[in-house]
Design a protein around this ligand. Structure first.
Ligand SMILES: Nc1ncnc2c1ncn2[C@@H]1O[C@H](COP(=O)(O)OP(=O)(O)OP(=O)(O)O)[C@@H](O)[C@H]1O
Length: 234
């Protein structure tokens, strides 16, 4: 197995002097190719900070982060932008769709900025929204909007899909169907998904769970036999 991601003694501090906040402290872990990884932790533990660094949205303060052979600490802003564009798909808690564009146009927006994009209509069909492509976000339920957001992230054909509390605004059953989509995507594409959550009940669905407490790695556990989302109850 090859390491797809290596994080070594990574520290992220916001601000300076008396006001400095160290959100990630000396974090180390590896992630293998094709893994569904869950980063687990309470509010304020430093999960989003870690995800933002992996996604090139923020720069680390110390240590090393290598994603798919790219040493993120060595990239200037311009190179980080290219990295974000070409290699990363993001899914957020509140979907972040453009309200005056249709579902299809929202997905096209992402596919247009990369070289090897997938067909937007096809991807919408894959997430179960093939017949809703002409609807605007306000005409879709929360779960459907999140499916559009996932289609938008997947259409870029990224090596790494990052999701920050993707079911945080959804009810139990809708949330479960969204998690199923991520698990299917990993199994079918062999690509990597990292889900950040505070919900420890979903940990059995992952291949790998990294628990963050107070900015540090508390536990790092691999799961040889992850549970299909359909069999999970919480
Ligand atoms: N841009 C920033 N400037 C200053 N402090 C920040 C910034 N971003 C995060 N922090 C601080 O870093 C710490 C970790 O925040 P982070 O958002 O990573 O936690 P989290 O585990 O994702 O929490 P939540 O689940 O509530 O989003 C917090 O104390 C937060 O206030």
């Amino acid at each position: 197995m090859t390491n797809f991601i290596s994080v070594t003694n990574m520290t992220k501090t916001y601000g300076a002097g008396e006001n400095a906040v160290t959100a990630n402290k000396d974090i180390s872990f590896d992630i293998q190719k094709g893994e569904l990884t869950i980063i687990l932790g309470a509010s304020g533990a430093g999960k989003s900070t870690l995800l933002n660094i992996l996604g090139g949205m923020d720069q680390l303060t110390a240590g090393q982060v290598v994603v798919n052979g790219t040493d993120l600490g060595q990239l200037d802003n311009r190179a980080l932008t290219t990295y974000r564009r070409q290699q990363i798909g993001f899914v957020f808690q509140f979907y972040n769709l453009v309200p005056n564009l249709t579902a299809l146009e929202n997905v096209e927006l992402a596919s247009e900025i990369v070289n090897d994009a997938l067909d937007p209509q096809k991807v919408l069909t894959e997430v179960g929204l093939g017949s809703r492509s002409q609807n605007f976000p306000a005409q879709l339920s929360g779960g459907e909007q999140q499916r559009v957001a996932i289609a938008r992230a997947m259409a870029k054909n990224p090596d790494l899909l990052l999701a920050d509390e993707p079911t945080g605004a959804l009810d139990y059953h809708t949330g479960k169907s969204i998690l199923q989509l991520f698990q299917d995507f990993v199994r079918q594409s062999g690509k990597n998904v990292i889900i950040v959550t505070h919900n420890s009940m979903i940990r059995p669905m992952a291949d790998h769970v990294i628990e963050i407490f107070d900015g540090q790695v508390k536990t790092d556990t691999r799961n040889d036999q992850p549970t299909p989302v359909a069999d999970l109850e919480w």
